[in-house]
Design a protein around this ligand. Structure first.
Ligand code: P1T
Length: 385
């Protein structure tokens, strides 16, 4: 299929980037489980030399991801973190990066604990108020890195407004679109230079692999990222690329169901007295609700809430039968987790406290199960507290 933005997202999910296998006509992209490729004579080959550099299954995935995000180039990596890390390797000692303050704990960790040691400088600011972005910029700022919604407090940043600020200063802007998936949000259309995904999550969708990708329409940037992809080598294997492609084919169906279930669960949580605070962009009282409505096509299926104490959080979580206590998100199954102990343990306690990630703070990734069963499960959990 032509990588044509005029096709709907569902059609692009099913067909985007996929060419029938030229040698057999296989409808599904084969798993080219090979590290190397025979050459007729030194330097005479069919475009593939070594699978770190290029692999047909990976190329199909990269084309599919580019199609989904409405970008020209997809560059796949071994994980979401490998994507962020590879991007960061484009910068040099002394460069400054402005990053949303509430990001996935691993993103904070790789910036703070690894790339700081290489002389990169970071400012973590609340980008949901774009004035804070402006205030954090320095003459050395090279990248503005946003998550919207953020993980785990689901803060919303006005991506178009942030892009305008970055563009006016010649600063690159990247958006981690993991929580929304390309189904709900298209940051490139809002002015971002690049979009990143942990494809581990909604894109692959079945909690059976770890992967990542960056999508851009900027040919120069894509070339630089391809260089890092090959030179540093954090590439995904063909089997994982195949599984991701397979997952993508139902992205639109899954996202609709994820979101519908999340809306019902939000209503349920609202009715519970023991819930002190709910974090969900679909909540009309969420401070970023209107921006979310303007810049995205839905609210996603991540909800966080606060039950005030660790004891309550533990009691609630351990009583559940369908929600599994586990890190990660975006798979078909519902997950529940405790960010302070689990996904965001690498964020210093004082930062967590400032963000509201308390000991009673719980994060849900709402799956695609039957909603009545999910509600009954939560009811069971709340009975315990
Ligand atoms: O796990 P990995 O594929 O390396 O992706 C890292 C990552 C990047 N960005 C966001 C927004 C993420 O949520 C993640 C991974 N997050 C979890 C594992 C989690 O439970 O939040």
């Amino acid at each position: 299929m032509k990588k044509d933005k005029s096709y709907g997202l569902g059609t692009r999910a099913v067909h985007g980037g996929v060419e029938f296998d030229p040698s057999t006509g296989a409808v599904m992209t084969p798993i080219y489980q090979t590290s190397t490729y025979a050459q007729e004579a030194p330097g005479v080959h069919k475009g593939f030399e070594y699978s770190r550099t290029a692999n047909p299954t990976r190329q199909a995935l990269e084309a599919s991801l580019a199609s989904l995000e409405g970008g020209k180039f997809g560059i796949a990596f071994a994980s979401g973190m490998a994507s962020i890390s590879s991007l960061t390797q484009l910068f040099s000692s002394g460069d400054h990066i402005v990053c949303s303050d509430d990001v996935y704990g691993g993103t904070f960790r790789v910036f703070d604990k690894i790339y700081r040691n290489f002389g990169l400088k970071f400012s973590f600011v609340d980008t949901s108020d774009v004035k804070n972005i402006e205030a954090a910029l320095t003459p050395d700022t090279k990248l503005l890195w946003l998550e919207s919604p953020t993980n785990p407090t689901l803060k919303i940043t006005d991506i178009a407004a942030a892009a305008k600020i970055a563009k006016s200063r010649g600063i690159m802007i990247g958006v981690d679109n993991t929580f929304m998936s390309p189904y709900f949000q298209s940051p490139l259309d809002l002015g971002a230079d690049l979009v990143m995904h942990s494809t581990t999550k909604y894109i692959a969708g079945h909690s059976d692999l770890v992967g990542g990708a960056i999508i851009t329409s900027d040919a120069q940037l894509a070339e630089k990222l391809h260089f890092v992809q090959n030179a540093a080598g954090a590439v995904p294997g063909p089997m994982d690329c195949f599984l991701t492609l397979r997952g993508i084919k139902t992205l639109h169906l899954r996202m609709e169901r994820h979101e519908r279930n999340a809306g019902k669960i939000f209503e349920f949580l609202k009715s519970r007295k023991t819930v002190k605070k709910i974090y969900y962009p679909g909540d009309p009282n969420h401070p970023g609700h209107d921006i979310q409505k303007k810049q995205a096509r839905g609210f996603g299926a991540m909800i966080s809430f606060d039950v005030e104490t660790l004891d309550r959080a533990n009691k609630l979580m351990s009583r559940l039968e369908i929600f599994t206590i586990a890190e990660s998100l975006g798979g078909v199954e519902s997950l529940i987790e405790h960010p302070a102990i689990m996904t965001h343990a690498s964020v210093p306690p004082e930062n967590r406290a400032a963000l509201g990630i308390t000991d009673g703070f719980i994060r849900l990734s709402i799956g695609v199960e039957d909603i009545d069963d999910l509600l009954e499960d939560l009811e069971r959990g709340f009975e315990a507290i």
